[in-house]
Design a protein around this ligand. Structure first.
Ligand code: HSE
Length: 435
């Protein structure tokens, strides 16, 4: 048997400690599967004295992640520090430059520096693996890069943030407030250190940018993702969605369009019949539309120590076996620059909720603004529940579902409706993502 694969592990938080535990628990199976023993030889964390419930007695301690990354005592470097820049970036660069394969769960790092780091890995003939960076324990990176190599992908979309799905699920099921659900997600350890990363949609955007590169063979471009978080969602939207046959999910969607590649993160109406709409709680799901498999959905735990460690360990096992996949599925020289499709050209159906003054002609005037722009309405409902849905007294919610229209046209119709003076609040609109 070859010499053991010596791991240098930087970051011993929830995921780091779970990786140590999982490697220990599965040691015999991993040795059998990879024909090599895997050992954690050296670690780096802020506090060497903290009790993490794992046995690190035989590991060498490093006070500095970069020194660990360069150390001749390790064969591969596992980065679980987090953050797009700083020690995580410096250590990964140092490890790759020193000819060591890297495993990371760091989506922010990849979203910002992924292309450059992939080049560095290529130049040094080593792996840069990041299964854990998207959808936790769901093997979506491997699925896109290897499992679907014989397909042309048209669309990839999914629930990529457990915290947001947890919040929306509990609001919908239990009628709880946004703030109460967020606090509970934080208590359970799902949320990022700064929860605005979760609820503002940025965590999903980082993950989506990684999937886009893998799915379409393009250079990762997180800046081109149109991002909107879940802060604007009201219980009224969740109730109306339910009545109309939809669920509101924070979706990351990437699709090929005639105008380029559209990448967007936003609360989105998913038909209740779709696989994605069934997914509740912290669970993640990704649906891929591809020419040979047609539709494929992967569902599983998107956050949490053990689930994320499962993905980290799978990458370590691949490296132990000698696998050196191209990080984004193609040599970096063949990844095309991403041509972003402008959101104004987005074509699709919309849910619109308006808080209209309950006066004669209000609904008719609103409908006229849509009709004069050729926006066809699938349904229009004025509900007689003044005040019950957050609107001021003397108002009533008007909910519309449109057939496919361009986003620019929809925005113009809403601006015209606002100018007519029948609306008491800013209109709410949510894109519909058809199966
Ligand atoms: N904060 C993330 C989530 C953790 O809620 O999904 C996994 O990236």
């Amino acid at each position: 048997m070859p010499a053991p694969l010596r791991i240098g592990l930087a970051g011993l938080g929830t995921v780091g400690a779970s990786v140590v535990r999982l490697l220990d628990r599965q040691a015999a199976a991993l040795t059998a599967r990879t024909a090599r023993r895997i050992e954690v030889s050296a670690v780096n964390a802020r506090d060497p004295n903290k009790d993490r419930g794992v046995d690190l007695a035989r590991a060498k301690w490093f006070g500095d992640a970069v020194a660990l990354a360069r150390s001749p005592d390790i064969d591969i470097f596992v980065e679980l520090i987090g953050g797009a820049d700083g020690p995580a970036l410096e250590a990964v660069e140092a490890a790759l430059s020193a000819g060591k394969s890297c495993v990371t769960a760091n989506k922010a790092l990849l979203a910002k520096h992924g292309l450059r780091l992939a080049r560095l890995a290529e130049e040094n003939g080593v792996a840069l693996s990041f299964e854990a960076s998207v959808a936790g324990g769901v093997p979506i990176v491997k699925t896109l890069r290897e499992g679907l190599a014989g397909n042309s992908i048209e669309r990839v979309y999914g629930i990529l943030n457990g915290t947001c799905n947890y919040i929306l699920s509990r609001m919908e099921r239990e009628g709880l407030s946004f703030d109460a659900c967020l606090k509970e997600a934080q208590r359970l350890g799902y949320a990022e250190a700064d929860p605005t990363f979760d609820i503002g949609g940025f965590d999903t955007a980082h993950k989506l940018a990684i999937l886009t590169s893998l799915a379409f063979g393009v250079q990762i471009d997180a800046e081109a993702v149109d991002v909107e978080g879940i802060q604007s969602i009201r219980l009224a939207d969740l109730e109306a969605a339910d009545e109309l046959g939809y669920r509101v999910k924070l979706l990351g969607v990437a699709r090929r369009t005639p105008d380029g590649i559209e990448q967007r993160v936003a609360p989105t109406m998913a038909p209740k019949s779709s696989a994605i709409a069934q997914v509740m709680g912290v669970t993640n799901a990704v649906t891929i539309d591809a020419d040979a498999v047609h539709e494929l959905t992967l569902v599983g735990p998107g956050a949490g120590g053990e689930a994320t460690a499962s993905a980290v360990v799978a990458d370590i096992a691949d490296i132990a076996r000698g696998v050196r996949s191209k990080p984004f599925g193609l040599p970096t020289s063949e990844l095309a620059p991403l041509e972003p499709a402008p959101m104004q050209l987005h074509l699709g159906g919309y849910y619109v909720r308006l808080c209209a003054y309950d006066r004669p002609g209000a609904a008719a005037a609103i409908a006229a603004r849509f009709a004069e722009r050729d926006i066809s309405l699938e349904s229009i409902v004025q509900r007689r529940r003044p005040g019950a849905e957050g609107g001021p007294p003397g108002t009533a919610p008007v909910v519309l579902i449109t057939y496919a229209t361009h986003e620019k046209t929809l925005r113009e119709a809403l601006e015209a409706a606002v100018a007519d003076g029948f609306l008491a609040e800013k209109p709410q609109f949510i894109r519909i993502e058809r199966e």
